[in-house]
Design a protein. Sequence first.
Length: 252
Amino acid sequence: MGTSDISLLEADLDIPEVRAFTTMRPGGVSVGPYRGLNLADHVGDQSEPVAANRSALAGLLPPELRITWLQQVHGTEVVSADRVAAGIAPQADAVWSDRPGAGCAVLTADCLPIVLAAADGSQVAAIHAGWRGLAAGVIEATLAAMPQTSADMLAWFGPAIGPCCYEVGAEVRKAFLTALGNDADRYFVPGQARGKFHADLYGLAALRLHRAGIKGITGGDQCTACDAHNYFSHRRDGQTGRMATLITLLPS
């Protein structure tokens, strides 16, 4: 597999010092339910293809760049990539850096990946925002961990499950109403079954970002469950691979 086989969805941030993207499913050497560029080592795929896929991704990046991978638990823990030793995957759902060459990455297959970047190119972060972490405040925890104020940040939403396909129970709606008040209710549309709702993760994340002072938000127009060619989707397929969303300050 050559690096030319890999497809990337580039983030719309327009900051020269920053590169961010989400990997897409085509390319890679994983087979079966993980067919394509599966980059997760915790979903049952064999270690050899995952290592080959990660190596192919690394071939698209500056050789000195080191990716920090996480053990994601749908929480609000945030780590600094600059303080994580090589080869260690800390238990966290967000990672940030202000050092060029540190790749901040999260893995998703329906959950919302969010990248943050200071407009002056001084710091970046990647966030794994499933509904539990989003309701619990993983966005706000990430902003609190970073030195720069949120007003100077830009955000991009990588591909996630859209409200067309994301049906949830009443407990999910209740969690967001408790956390955000009635403003959150506009992002829940009653489903066909009683007590079910179609939830808009993009809208809920945008609400939290706006309340935190971040106005520059792009992305949010994909649905992983609708597009089996380009994206893994746990809701659609059950056993499946994961895409990576990565952001880094480019080495000079």
